[in-house]
Write a protein that binds this ligand. Structure first.
Ligand SMILES: C[S@@+](CC[C@H](N)C(=O)[O-])C[C@H]1O[C@@H](n2cnc3c(N)ncnc32)[C@H](O)[C@@H]1O
Length: 259
């Protein structure tokens, strides 16, 4: 067994254990209303408003799948955790705009040039072989196909985020910790992060450089602020503060058109 295999198994096990409570942790579920609209607007900004054939990577419990369907796209959603997929399948039972497959986002095994777009949220930071993954995504996109990445730097809180973090700790002490928030499996999370290529934190600039090297063009970095603002409309104080913790970004780019 190689060290890399062990790391991937750890990542899969970590998410599988979280599958039943994942939607209860703030920031994961995308409720209908302003938040669904804000995520949908970010998708439309990057992919346009024509219905597309989209490959969603690391779909988890199918929350982003729902955003994509809400904007008319046909979705093939993959994840390597059967536990996550079974939550997503149950959530979207009977909807024919989506189908779910068990697969590795770093080596999708999908045919060349099949998809108009690839979308992923909160996957890139946890890739074990990012450059191989990006080459695979480039391969399965049609010429002119688009890649849309929602992610963030989860290793380094922002300056404001440090203050928010301290305030959250005070609220935790007064009210008790939120058992479902990511910190609940903190030690395991930290151990995985320390072994990841982006364990030092993922920035939009670093990702853009790697994607350019893969061959992607037209890189656009958009603000996550409208989504955070929509989340704050319904969040309690502790969750409002959580929207300030980390620097998030929305990056889109495309495979060049055929010559
Ligand atoms: C933070 S969760 C995000 C889930 C979903 N994208 C969302 O935003 O709600 C990370 C997900 O990535 C999946 N994952 C991590 N590495 C993967 C890989 N190499 N291939 C497929 N899925 C992967 C995990 O199983 C988990 O469902």
């Amino acid at each position: 067994m190689t060290a890399n295999y062990t790391l991937k198994e750890d990542i899969r096990d970590y998410w599988s254990r979280r599958s039943l409570t994942f939607d209860l942790a703030f920031g994961h579920r995308i409720p209908p209303g302003p938040e669904l609209e804000a995520w949908g607007d970010a998708v439309t900004r990057a992919l346009g408003d024509r219905p597309l054939s989209v490959l969603e990577l690391a779909c988890g419990t199918g929350e982003v799948s729902n955003v994509l369907m809400s904007r008319g796209h046909r979705v093939t959603a993959l994840d390597f955790s059967e536990a996550m997929l079974s939550v997503a399948r149950a959530k979207h039972a009977g909807r024919d705009q989506v189908h779910f497959i068990l697969a590795d986002a770093e080596n999708t095994m999908e045919p060349d040039g099949l998809y108009d777009a690839i979308v992923c949220r909160h996957l890139v930071w946890t890739l074990t072989r990012p450059e191989e993954a990006f080459a695979d995504w480039f391969r399965v996109l049609k010429p002119g196909g688009r890649l849309l990445v929602f992610d963030g730097d989860w290793a380094k809180p922002t300056h404001l985020g440090r203050l928010a973090g301290m305030t959250i700790k005070i609220i935790d002490r007064l009210k008790g910790e939120d058992p479902h928030y990511d910190g609940a499996m903190g030690d395991r999370h930290r151990s995985i992060m320390s072994r990841l290529p982006f364990g030092h934190g993922l920035t939009a600039g670093e990702l853009a450089a790697l994607l350019r090297r893969t061959g992607f063009v037209g890189i656009d970095i958009a603000s996550h602020a409208p989504i955070a603002a929509a989340q704050r409309r319904t969040a309690d104080l502790r969750n409002c503060l959580r929207t300030l913790l980390y620097r998030r970004f929305i990056l889109s780019c495309r495979k060049p058109d055929a010559a």
